[in-house]
Write a protein that binds this ligand. Structure first.
Ligand code: ARG
Length: 290
């Protein structure tokens, strides 16, 4: 038998994470799922004939909020409004950067009244609110990596909204086209693990994108993590990271292993009730950068 040296510091790939991965301070906006249910169908995950359990959704959402608080992530709350069962998916409420909030314009009339609710919240906090000129579902389709905004289209946000995004924030915008209706928002198929960029800073499901977009992703992120269809269909990519800690669907076990191997610390949460509306961790989370 040969004896090998066991390194004393936690190596990359352990549950303790790579010490070089640092947690950045984060502040997010969330909305309690007080009125959550599935009463209409605007994505393939939603089955209005199947009963939902609002109390269970509330428990799971509270667990997510507590996980954020435990990790030192600041959580702000916007008041839920009756008759808006999808308002819990705060990521769609806008895109906030540099003290400016670009308001959303929802593709489906069922969610249209969420826009003034979110824009009112931003205005009350002193943010400059910009009216959207075309369909856009906020951070559901817009994700910042380094100084570049990756912007999804194909199902919800219009390509024209990407041009407005570039004008408003003065950043490079890279358009990506989604092709699988199960992954209808960019944040269901693409995850930002380190918003500063760098090695292994993103993860994605290649087959959720058209060929041109896949090429862009491979060029920009040659060492990205790619996930299995099994992990993607429990919305594993719909996770939220501070650059070190990744809050992720408990059911995405393969992805959690890959995250650990890349030096991140995975924090599993079960949002299975909210998955019935077609959303997960990231959908419930709008990052506030001001
Ligand atoms: N039922 C909602 C919809 O279809 C879910 C939104 C999920 N949000 C997200 N950021 N992916 O619009």
């Amino acid at each position: 038998m040969t004896l090998v040296d066991i390194p004393s510091a936690a190596p990359a790939g352990s549950a303790a994470g790579d010490p070089a991965r640092l947690a950045a301070p984060k502040r997010v906006l969330m909305c309690r799922p007080e009125h959550f249910t599935v009463s209409y169908r605007i994505n393939p995950w939603m089955h209005p004939t199947q009963p939902t359990d609002t109390a269970r959704a509330l428990r799971q959402w509270t667990d997510l909020r507590e996980t954020y608080r435990r990790l030192g992530i600041d959580v702000e709350l916007v008041a839920p409004r009756p008759g808006l069962p999808d308002m819990v998916y705060a990521a769609n409420g806008g895109f906030v950067l540099d003290g400016v909030a670009l308001g959303p314009r929802f593709r489906h009339v069922e969610r249209a009244s969420e826009a003034p609710a979110y824009m009112g919240w931003f205005a009350e906090r002193g943010l400059r609110v910009v009216e959207p000129t075309s369909y856009n579902e906020g951070e559901g389709d817009y994700l910042l990596v380094g100084d570049t905004i990756f912007a999804g289209t194909g199902f919800r946000s219009d390509r024209a909204s990407h041009a407005q995004l570039g004008r408003v924030f003065g950043r490079e915008v890279v358009s990506l086209r989604l092709v699988d209706p199960r992954f209808y928002h960019l944040d269901t198929a693409f995850a930002v693990l380190d918003s500063a960029g760098g090695p292994r800073s993103v993860a994605y499901l290649p087959q959720a994108f058209d060929r041109a977009s896949r090429r862009i992703l491979a060029d920009r992120f040659p060492d990205a993590l790619t996930v299995s269809e099994a992990d993607a269909t429990v919305l594993g990519l719909n996770c939220f990271s501070d650059g070190r800690n990744v809050v992720v669907a408990a059911q995405a076990t393969g992805f959690a292993r890959d995250l650990a191997a890349a030096g991140y610390v995975a924090h599993p949460v079960d949002l299975s009730e909210l998955l019935r509306g077609g959303g997960g961790v990231k959908c419930c989370t709008l990052e506030l950068r001001w």
